[in-house]
Design a protein around this ligand. Structure first.
Ligand code: BEZ
Length: 385
């Protein structure tokens, strides 16, 4: 009887391997920025994704992975055409993207309409795991609300009362500030002025003059990529760093420290990753990433790596058959993802439930200070799943 069971199990494994081998390559449509202020973020996400696929011998769920790439330029106006090209012209099986919240919302709409599996490896648009949530849409990163909310609590605890916010005027900036304001004002603080400029403008001078004139206790900000580099340098050059403490969502100083140099030193930010977390998964990941790309990883690389892990988990459950949508989604929903940031699972609306760390810049690193918010779940407002 035991032998019979073993033989049956072996036959099943052989059948499923043969099934996977019989399937063509799995086409992954990578829609990421390769140009513009977020170009480096796109590269890090792709590197992280490829690192995980390579660690699995180039296959997920038994299927060889083939990439089709589009530079989305972080331009929402081109997003629907770009994603339709991937689905209709290139016949991708899975969509992975992107960095910019406005572009990601266009991707989510098409994914929802067509039922194509979408893994979002950065863009925090609250709507993607809010009103636009769907069985086939998962995020490996964060919602814009999460780091902002955690920082609202941190800054209130530090005793700041009157704060000015400054950001780009688009979903990511608006929602990051909204999350911050929700926690900060709940704890008794007041946002006295909300400053913004259009994405991806970097003409900060007039706004910095306004901050100086307002004399707040502190400033909260969301900027990322090339814009974050310039903002931190301009803030210091304007002489504000000494008089008005600057805080931010961690994108302000992630992947940017080489270029920011001493102007970033000491800055406090909140994010779901920090350098040298020291857990075994992170140690192995950082070593492998540095070896493969001759670069230190950042939060974007982690999110790319974890998007590939999530896809791997889903595909393994359906033996590479992406048409089994409900089973694939159920596997990711119940998974604990062994991330370099620390293990996490997804909420009902498919956003990571994760620790948000308080970090401080020291030299070229975002060093862990403490856990600002343990297992923080985005409220998933408006999601009906
Ligand atoms: C966003 O648009 O959602 C975003 C872009 C860069 C870093 C973080 C968030």
């Amino acid at each position: 009887m035991k032998l019979k069971t073993l033989a049956l199990a072996a036959a099943l494994v052989a059948a499923s391997t043969a099934h996977a081998q019989g399937l063509p390559k799995l086409k992954v449509g990578l829609m990421l920025p390769a140009t513009g202020t977020y170009a480096a973020l796109g590269t890090a996400i792709e590197n992280g994704f490829r690192l995980y696929v390579n660690e699995q011998g180039g296959k997920l769920g038994g299927r060889e992975i083939e990439f089709v790439k589009v530079d989305d330029e972080s331009d929402p106006a081109k997003a629907t055409d770009n994603v339709n090209k991937l689905i209709k012209r290139d016949n991708v099986d899975v969509l992975v993207g992107t960095v910019h919240s406005g572009v990601a919302m266009a991707m989510a709409k098409v994914a929802k309409d067509t039922g194509t599996l979408l893994l979002v490896p950065n863009a925090g648009a609250d709507a993607v795991t809010g009103p636009m949530c769907a069985q086939n849409i998962f995020r490996s990163s964060f919602s814009n609300w999460q780091p902002g909310y955690a920082m609202g609590e941190v800054m209130a605890k530090k005793g700041h009362k009157n704060v000015v916010t400054i950001t780009w005027k688009y979903a990511a900036g608006d929602e990051s500030v909204r999350g911050f304001k929700e926690a900060f004002e709940k704890a008794g603080g007041k946002v006295v002025k909300e400053l913004s400029l259009p994405f991806p403008n970097v003409e900060f001078q007039a706004l910095l003059t306004e901050i100086a004139a307002s004399k707040p206790d502190a400033v909260y900000t969301f900027f990322a990529g090339g814009g974050a580099v310039k903002f931190v340098k301009d803030y210091a050059a304007a002489g504000l760093k000494k008089s008005i403490p600057l805080y931010g969502a961690g994108f302000l100083t992630d992947g940017t420290l080489e270029a920011q140099g001493a102007d970033a030193d000491g800055l406090l930010t909140t994010l779901h990753y920090a350098d040298a977390l020291g857990n075994p998964k992170d140690n192995a990941f950082r070593l492998a990433y540095a070896k493969a790309f001759k670069l230190q990883p950042d939060v974007y690389a982690v999110q790319g790596y974890d998007a590939a892990q999530m896809l791997g988990i889903g595909l393994a459950a359906v033996k590479g058959d992406v048409s089994k949508k409900a089973e694939l989604a159920a596997a990711i929903e119940k998974a604990k993802i062994d991330s370099p940031r620390g293990a996490f699972s997804v909420s009902k609306s498919h956003n990571p439930v994760q620790d948000i760390y308080l970090r401080q810049v020291s030299g070229k690193e975002n060093k862990l200070v403490n856990v600002a918010s343990k297992a923080l779940a985005d409220p998933g407002r408006g999601c009906k799943l």
